[in-house]
Design a protein around this ligand. Structure first.
Ligand code: ADP
Ligand code: ASP
Ligand code: MG
Length: 472
């Protein structure tokens, strides 16, 4: 319905202070001269972490952490607003809005400290405050640049299920709400400035889409509004051949397929939330990753087809903060339901399994989950297999938290002989020990488990081995 629409998302560092907000608002104002534009903004960088940390203090009964943070956030956001907006007519209402949101923050922290209880629903309400504070300031900054912006909370747009902390969008309801609420604004040339990261259930409870979820918000809205393209503005020049913090000569990939990018995101490339590409697959909407600090650079274009480099390795990634869980014992050979029971247990906990490997002798299954889920998974499995442990059918259910998954990603890798061999040979030469390997049936990645200490060596070694620093 909205022809010619660009959805632009700005991450935490791109709205990290007044200078960054101005630069990002300039990008929007410039684009708004030729396109309809909807902006999606994250919280100022670091704010979500601080909000969550204070929530955990409040849960322990600490009443001061929430107070101190609320005060610090007031200063930080007022300072940004002062630097960005001169006209009192614009500034006043935004100050009022910031005060209202901070008053809500105080009540949430006080309630938590009083009850010493932090439900996932309350944690969502607290985590969302950063985006809610940022959007009105960003909209006002647009006004100052001669564009027209209107802050909207995504609770009015993105409808989700009630899984707090990682809610799933409901596309039809979201489409209806978003078109209704944003259509007229866009027709009038007004830029809706939407809070990333959040949504709401049908009965109005605020939910969040999971950490880093503002990328997902942008594609959910882009799909709901039939956008022409979605641009994710961040602090690096696109999707790189590896995390630049770990591999110094990582290079921007000019074009990459949905599948490859999704695989990278899934295996830890923080530049994209793992679910980001799901909403755009049916309509094939292109997604750009660009650097808000260097808008003259083109960045990476993510499309259905990508640009083929004739098969082979395109990029590397690693996922840390994970733990390996193994269930094993000589007795499990022939016990047909061990695998089924293991994964029903993880499914019940909604603990996503990132990699599975089963030894060929079938006496050990190991799999990887996020560290956040590891302890609960371990306990649930020990309960599930209590009888089998007692009868030594299963002799161990163990966890190793000091590991990481490294993934080598590229379309059609399976059709390129020697990738696995080269990977393992190169790592062997550097004495990187592989704890488990999973090539699975995916043609797009080879992933393996190494000790967390070996991650950087593994990435640098493979980056060299596959000549990823050379221009394609
Ligand atoms: P934002 O706040 O804009 O959402 P994030 O910090 O979530 O930004 O994601 C951008 C960061 O992702 C980069 O600064 C970079 O360190 C990291 N990153 C990890 N892997 C990659 C990769 N393959 N390409 C680009 N960036 C990556
Ligand atoms: N502010 C949220 C977070 O830090 C969402 C995001 O930045 O994408 O997780
Ligand atoms: Mg992010």
């Amino acid at each position: 319905m909205t022809k010619n629409l660009q959805v632009m998302k700005f991450g935490g560092t791109s709205v990290g202070n007044a200078t960054c907000i101005r630069r990002s608002a300039q990008i929007v104002a410039h684009a708004a001269k030729e396109h309809k534009v909807a902006a999606v903004v994250s919280a100022m960088s670091g704010v979500t972490n601080r909000l969550i940390e204070a929530a955990h203090h409040a849960k322990q009964g600490d009443r001061e952490a929430g107070k101190a943070l609320t005060e610090a956030l007031r200063e930080q956001h007022f300072e940004a607003l002062d630097a960005l907006v001169q006209s009192p007519g614009t500034k006043g209402p935004v100050q009022e809005r910031v005060k209202q949101i901070l008053a809500e923050a105080s009540r949430l922290y006080e309630g938590t400290a009083l009850l010493r209880e932090l439900t996932l629903r309350t944690l969502d309400a607290i985590s969302s405050l950063g985006e809610r504070l940022c959007a009105p300031i960003f909209a006002a900054a647009l006004g100052e640049l001669g564009a027209r912006g209107s802050a909207i909370e995504a609770t009015e747009l993105i409808m989700t299920d009630s899984f707090h902390g990682g809610a799933e969008p409901l596309p039809d309801a979201t489409r209806e709400k978003s078109q209704k609420r944003m259509g007229a604004l866009l027709e009038q040339g007004i830029v809706p400035v939407v809070t990333g990261f959040i949504g709401a259930t049908a009965d109005g409870a605020l939910t969040t889409l999971g950490r880093g979820g503002s990328d997902y918000s942008a594609t959910i809205l882009g799909a709901a509004l039939d956008a022409e393209e979605i641009i994710i503005w961040t602090d690096v020049e696109g999707v790189l051949t590896a995390d630049p913090r770990l591999v110094g000569d990582a290079r921007t990939i000019p074009e990459i397929s949905y599948r490859e990018a999704a695989e990278l995101a899934y295996f830890g490339a923080k530049v994209l939330h793992p679910k980001t590409l799901r909403p755009v697959l049916p309509a094939g909407i292109p997604v750009w990753i660009r650097n808000s600090f260097a808008p003259e650079k083109l960045g990476t274009k993510i499309t259905a087809k990508g640009r083929s480099i004739g098969g082979g390795v395109k990029a590397l990634t690693a996922i840390r903060d994970v733990a390996l869980i193994s269930v094993g014992g000589p007795g499990i050979v022939g016990v047909t339901d061990v695998v089924g029971r293991t994964f029903s247990t993880t499914a019940e906990l909604r603990a996503e399994v990132l990699l599975i490997s089963q030894s060929s002798s079938q006496n050990d299954i190991c799999f990887i989950v996020a560290k956040a889920h590891a302890q609960a998974t371990l306990e649930a499995l020990r309960k599930e297999f209590a009888q089998d442990l007692a009868h030594q059918v299963v002799d161990h259910i163990a966890m190793d938290p000091d590991i990481a998954i490294v993934a080598v990603v590229g379309e059609n890798m399976r059709g390129t002989p020697g990738v696995a061999g080269r990977t393992f040979h190169a790592l062997g030469k550097e004495n990187v020990n592989m704890i488990a390997i999973a090539q699975g049936s995916s043609e797009t990645n080879i992933s393996f488990v190494v000790s967390d200490k070996a991650v950087q060596t593994a990435l640098q070694t493979l980056h060299r081995e596959f000549h990823l620093a050379d221009a394609s």
